[in-house]
Design a protein around this ligand. Structure first.
Ligand SMILES: [Zn+2]
Length: 456
């Protein structure tokens, strides 16, 4: 028998209302990483009321009226964060096919696909992401802003998003959407409305335009990149004067600045200008890392992006293969140095280069290059919260913080790949997942897998 739809809707909304209101939920597990401590805490209990953590600790007394969820031999962590995603995009698969598809697909259709990517991401345990760039050639749409707002309104299931709108960059640089195509194919040169700028005043114009349209964070490309056809991977692409204008205008508007940067010279100039994070940082020399440490700049290493590209190098045109190999060869040593020197590391992956929902694979790469499992977990929780400017609300399991909580089987300090098997996800006190992923997510990831698993 089929239940009439309106009844289902009423029941669903009633149950959501009940959950959100008073019921105390007690979560129990064998251990927990609280986001601050240097080791795991045994016999973890988290008491959740509404959207917040009412209490947390070891062997706490359980309130009488509480609903108890005992997860057994599992480890809690604050919800993971990813400082570098592109939830509205999909760069997987064969490069040229993807490039053609991007011109082919209606932007609305791409926005609908993004809702599946958002769900796959939160179900993998990532309750907050910083989304660093969303751009569709020849389209004025702000799909990342729309996705963020729809998630905030409960229309779409996904992580809390801090969005950057269009990445800001120079004419002909890594972010120029018309670069690599025949001249004037799109009828005009890209301008500040697409993030493409030249000169300090034009940089300020782009920052103001993006904040006006909903940007939470400003992203810029200060050096070349791997997945762009008309630039070298490590050449500087904004002048020091443009970077100073970028940082000054963003900080005046109380927005952080994240810069895409592989090259050493561009990184040095960007750090001097006062950016908040260097994304990728492949070719940074030890002297540049020293400068970074003294300035307190974060490094978002995005090891997964290079890993994915290197694993499928034949999918990319020869010019990009050479750039990927050079960046891939340099980044491991850079990352090891950064860990040894105690640079602040923010967990970030560049999801979209690889399939959404596989973000946690970054943990294993970080640990493989010398980071301790606890520091890797801290990078994805407390460190990211600090970089995002939301540490007073989330990033640790503490009384009064938002109830963003994930659980993974076993002990991640013994096997960091436990982070890839998260099966309990709570965001702001609402259970998003407790067991296998939802059918919608399975459907979405099936589609993703079909697109992205070509012969290697
Ligand atoms: Zn990126």
């Amino acid at each position: 028998m089929r239940t009439p739809l309106p009844l289902v809707a009423i029941l669903l909304s009633l149950s959501t209302a009940l959950h959100a209101a008073d019921q105390t939920i007690v979560l129990k597990a064998a251990r927990m990483f609280d986001g601050k401590s240097k080791s795991l805490i045994a016999n973890a209990v988290v008491i959740v009321q509404g959207d917040k953590i009412a209490d947390v600790g070891s062997n706490l007394t359980i309130p009488n009226d509480a609903k108890v969820i005992d997860l057994g031999d599992a480890t809690f962590s604050p919800g993971f964060m990813d400082a570098h995603t592109h939830l509205t995009l999909d760069y997987t698969g064969t490069y040229n096919e993807r490039r053609l598809k991007e011109l082919d697909l209606n932007v609305s259709e791409q926005a609908i696909k993004a809702t599946a990517y958002a769900r796959a991401t939160v179900e993998a345990g990532f309750t907050t992401v910083r989304d660093l760039g969303s751009r569709f050639v020849g389209s004025p749409e702000f799909v990342d802003v729309a996705l963020r707002n729809s998630i905030n309104k409960g229309v779409v299931v996904g992580p809390r998003m801090l969005v950057a709108t269009k990445g800001i960059g120079a004419t002909g640089g890594h972010f120029d959407p018309t670069s690599g195509f025949r001249d004037f194919l799109f009828g005009r040169e890209a301008d500040y409305t697409e993030g493409i700028v030249d000169g300090p005043d034009n940089v300020r114009k782009a920052v103001r335009f993006e904040v006006k349209n909903g940007a939470d964070v400003i992203k810029a490309a200060v050096s070349g990149g791997v997945l762009s056809l008309a630039d070298e991977v490590d050449t500087p692409q904004l002048t020091p004067a443009e970077m100073v204008a970028l940082v000054d205008e963003s900080h005046r508007l109380r927005k952080k600045v994240a810069v895409h940067c592989h090259g050493d010279q561009a990184a040095r100039e960007a750090i001097e200008a006062g950016v908040d994070s260097i994304e990728h940082g492949s070719f940074m020399k030890p002297e540049t890392l020293t400068l970074m440490k003294s300035k307190g700049t974060f490094l978002t290493p995005t090891l997964m992006a290079t890993e994915w590209i290197m694993g499928r190098i034949a999918n990319y045109p020869p010019a990009l293969q050479a750039k990927a190999k050079a960046a891939g060869a340099a980044r491991s040593e850079m990352f090891r140095n950064a860990v040894k020197m105690g640079i602040k590391i923010s967990f970030g992956t560049d999801a979209a280069v690889f399939p959404h929902g596989q973000n946690a694979k970054e943990f294993k790469l970080m640990v493989g290059l010398g980071m301790t499992p606890i520091d890797a977990l801290k990078s994805a929780t407390a460190n990211d919260a600090e970089l995002f400017g939301i540490a007073q609300k989330t990033g640790t399991l503490e009384k009064g913080k938002l109830a963003d909580i994930v659980a993974m089987p076993g002990d991640p300090t013994a096997d960091i790949t436990a982070t890839e098997r998260v099966w309990f996800v709570m965001k702001e006190g609402k259970i998003i997942r407790n067991g296998p992923p939802t059918p919608q997510s399975t459907a979405a990831s099936t589609v993703i897998e079909q697109v992205v698993e070509p012969a290697e």
